[in-house]
Design a binder for this molecule. Structure first.
Ligand code: FMN
Length: 325
């Protein structure tokens, strides 16, 4: 067993470093490369609820043949699901680390019936990326959270593999939604998804996509919530996502209480070899401090373990401003 061995969603991982869901995990070639670089697991590029629902709408169900006029639409969408299933089984045959398919969804629709297919194709766990963007003022936060929970309740009744839910960080009380997910049997939370955001180009006077890759500074808002979630009085696995651009970033998340860390933007910017760099940095840091396993230091600086929890609680800058005016 290596020094980096850890457990996530009940799975034995050789390293806490996971290749997070993106185009970097969408082909067998890239998945093999990530394994060779020492990834502990792979979260596949997401399949979207719309892709599956379209297949259902155009075929009348998973097994019937589509009407001729829908053929092209069916073919394109059916292939997306079929290709995904093929990728899961091909990955399971050629690599030994866990494969976690990802589904991006907004409702507890009939797509959930298809999740069983991912399980049957060999998925070790599922990552469910839920985000419902409210576009009306009258929709309440609790209505939205209810739809999150409905998705999970329905999914949990269909599949047996462990489930991690990838959430965004904009909840009124993140710890409460984590608790509600845990109570419905969710094994892990991925903190957090990073959204596709709009920006404005003032020269063109047009709405344009904002930078898709994260910056190391974005780690700051994630760190607090991981430290708080790890100190809750129940154990739900935590996978850190957002802002890991160095081995030091990964160590910080582990100290705050993450069980695993998912890398994405850095894979685009530095290549898949970044996974190896992070593993090596964690090992050298552990050796310097005499740690022989991740468990010896994971969560050592979470909200309840840290000597001065006020540092995690303080959200406003009163002190800073009063001494820097
Ligand atoms: C180009 C790109 C594609 C992504 N595709 C997905 C996806 O299909 N599903 C998903 O859950 N997250 C997706 N993400 C989000 C990442 O998995 C990750 O949560 C986010 O980028 C934050 O991590 P990072 O700071 O390491 O980039 C994508 C991110 C990028 C930059």
């Amino acid at each position: 067993m290596s020094k980096l061995s850890t457990k996530y969603l009940g799975l034995e991982l050789k390293s806490p470093v996971i290749a997070g869901s993106s185009g970097q995990t969408s082909s067998l070639e890239k998945i093999k490369e990530a394994e060779n670089c020492g990834a502990g697991a792979i979260v596949l590029k997401s399949l979207f609820e719309e892709q599956i629902e379209h297949l259902i709408a155009s075929s009348g169900g998973p097994h019937s043949y589509p009407e001729a006029e829908d053929y092209m639409a069916y073919y394109i969408k059916a292939n997306a699901v079929e290709d995904y299933l093929n990728l899961i089984s091909a990955a399971k045959k050629s690599i030994s680390i866990p494969i976690i398919p990802s589904i991006n969804c907004i409702s507890a629709g009939s797509w959930i019936d298809y999740a069983k297919m991912f399980e049957n194709a060999g998925a070790d766990a599922l990552e469910i990326n839920i985000f419902f963007l409210p576009v009306k003022g009258e929709t309440t936060g609790s209505e939205i959270e209810k739809s999150y929970l409905q998705i999970i309740e329905k999914l949990k009744s269909k599949v047996k593999v462990p489930i991690a839910v990838k959430i965004g960080f904009r909840f009124t009380n993140i710890l409460n939604i984590i608790e509600l997910l845990y109570k419905r049997g969710v094994e892990g939370v991925v903190m957090f998804n990073r959204f596709y955001e709009p920006d404005i180009d003032i020269d063109k006077m047009a709405v344009v996509p904002a930078e898709v890759f994260s910056l190391p500074a974005e780690r700051r808002y994630v760190l607090r919530w991981i430290a708080m979630a790890d100190a809750l009085d129940f154990k739900i696995d935590i996978s850190a996502s957002t802002g890991i651009h160095s081995g030091d970033d990964a160590i910080k998340y582990l100290l705050a209480g993450a069980d695993t860390i998912q890398v994405c933007s850095a894979l685009y910017k530095k290549g898949i070899g970044f996974i190896k760099e992070v593993n090596e940095r964690i090992i050298s840091w552990m050796e310097k401090r005499g740690f022989n396993s991740i468990n010896q230091f994971r969560g050592k600086l979470n909200y309840s373990a840290v000597g001065n929890p006020i540092l995690y609680e303080r959200a406003q800058f009163m002190k800073f401003f009063s001494s820097h005016d």
